[in-house]
Write a protein that binds this ligand. Structure first.
Ligand code: UD1
Ligand code: CA
Length: 458
């Protein structure tokens, strides 16, 4: 493995994406296309080199500067791209060449390609696949004995060649000695003026090296992404794989087809996921949770036995046995404590809610620290913003906040205090006290009856 290298070609312009983002940075299940390629390469080879072009800075920014990058200043084709990496490679050993736009070729396939190459003692082994619709791919040309003698691009293929269904996946294994000898001799394609890496195969064969092919039994992983329709197809396939693995590890998905989970997300066994649920980013879900339907979790940690339906949780932590939703919105830097109930039409922003507290309906909590056992009545609002600055509110253990009250921050409500419904509170409330701040009730007995009688329609 130490002597096996990978070069990933990622300098293409990705014109067909119509995007300001480099093609290889377009994400599939939360990670850039190139990340998937790199992960697979890392699993089977010791050292990786990425050939970057336009947008290379963005690529480096994402992947960090510890990787080896090679610049292809002019986009002169896949052969030219590999040529740029040649000085960085040793003169013997094995090289895997991958395209940055085939993210479904996982490590298992790459391992098989390397093993096949080694077994055949070939100068080059190309990874191929049989496609029902080979449109857009290079076609593999074989002689009467089945030996590969070349690859022709769609653009240059004759009608007969176009009918070939075996395509080039764009992944190859080369002997470095063969590559060092022949890659510099590659000449540009006469029509397109590009150096095609595929044209190296006949050069190698002519130089006495064996050129072999390793054909995939399932063509789907060969999907190359040149446009956003292909991106969506590849994403769907990847999603299927992710869901499959999670289900096999003990997660129930009522409808995997409408369950969207980014790669790398851990979910504990006996968690049930209902349809239309999306789990994104750095998210972790414990055991025995019930998520969905219609739930969106982004960069959050949910501990065991959490229930979250028709809600969004973003950049927050939800402790054991908390229930959220339906229709709640938990915004970043919040901590929802154990056994807390956050109910319908509640928004929590950058706040902590202590164990067992209840925020059951129609409430806004912003920049607040709420202790355990607090009850926030329906329609209660933490008024955290004075039009210029945000202020903090503290509500201590066991306080009872009446319905429809406003807590104008900065403010502390002491432990066990009661706040009467409909109050607007602007000063600190001592522990154990009752505060009511609303206009006193006036009663005029019989007024309504008399009013109606006096104003009867004639
Ligand atoms: C390429 C292959 C084709 C194969 C297909 C598989 C060639 C000539 N054609 O075609 O046989 O069936 O992939 O998906 O190799 N790149 C560079 N620098 C360049 C040009 C391209 O780094 O100057 C990179 C791109 O970023 C991309 C990869 O090489 O990751 C393939 O380039 P692309 O233009 O997508 O080639 P295809 O037309 O798909
Ligand atoms: Ca491509």
């Amino acid at each position: 493995m130490q002597r096996t290298w990978t070069v990933i070609l990622a300098a293409g312009e990705g014109t067909r994406m119509h995007s300001s983002l480099p093609k290889v940075l377009h994400p599939l299940c939360g990670r850039p296309m190139l990340w998937h390629v790199l992960e697979a390469a890392r699993a089977v080879t010791g050292q990786q080199i990425i050939v970057v072009g336009k947008g290379g800075e963005q690529v480096k920014e994402y992947f960090g500067h510890d990787l080896v990058y090679v610049e292809q200043l002019k986009r002169l084709g896949t052969g030219h791209a590999l040529l740029q990496a040649l000085p960085h490679l040793p003169s013997s050993g094995r090289l895997l060449v991958l395209c940055g736009d085939t993210p479904l070729l996982g490590m298992e396939i790459l391992r098989q390609l390397l093993e096949t190459h080694q077994g055949q003692i070939a100068g080059a082994t190309v990874l191929t696949a049989e496609m029902d619709d080979p449109t857009g791919y290079g076609r593999v040309l074989r002689d009467q004995n089945g030996a590969v003698f070349g690859i022709v691009e769609e653009l240059h293929a004759t009608l007969e060649q176009k009918s070939v269904r075996e395509i080039n996946t764009g992944a190859y294994c080369f002997e470095l000695a063969a590559l060092k000898e022949h890659l510099p001799n590659l000449t540009p394609n006469r029509k397109k003026k590009e150096y095609y890496l595929t044209d190296l195969l006949p050069l190698l064969a002519g130089g006495g090296y064996r050129v072999e092919a390793f054909k995939l039994s399932d063509a789907f992983p060969a999907l190359g992404i040149n446009d956003r329709a292909q991106l969506a197809r590849a994403t769907a396939k990847l999603r299927e794989r992710i869901n499959e693995q999670l289900m096999l590890s003990g997660v129930t998905m009522v409808d995997p087809a409408t369950t969207y989970i980014d790669c790398g997300i851990k979910i504990g066994p006996d968690t049930v996921i209902y349809p239309q649920t999306i789990l994104e980013g750095e998210t972790e879900v414990g055991e025995g949770c019930r998520l969905g339907p219609g739930t969106h979790i982004i960069d959050s940690v949910l501990k065991d036995n959490v229930i979250c339906q028709k809600s969004t949780v973003w950049g927050s932590k939800v402790e054991e046995k908390a229930t959220i939703g339906p229709y709640a919105y938990i915004r970043p830097e919040s901590v929802i404590g154990p056994e807390v109930k956050v109910g319908d039409f509640v928004e929590i922003k950058k706040s902590c809610i202590g164990k067992g507290s209840k925020v059951p309906h129609l409430t806004y909590v912003g920049d607040a620290d709420i202790g355990p056992g607090v009850n926030m009545g329906a329609g209660s609002i933490v008024v955290n913003y004075d039009g210029r600055r945000k202020h903090k509110t503290t509500i201590e253990a066991g306080a009872f906040i009446g319905c429809n009250s406003n807590l104008v921050s900065p403010l502390t409500v002491g432990a066990g205090a009661f706040i009467g419904a409909g109050s607007t509170i602007t000063r600190n409330v001592p522990a154990g006290s009752l505060v009511i701040s609303r206009s006193p009730q006036k009663l005029k007995e019989g007024f309504a009856r008399r009013f109606l009688e006096n104003n009867k329609e004639k």
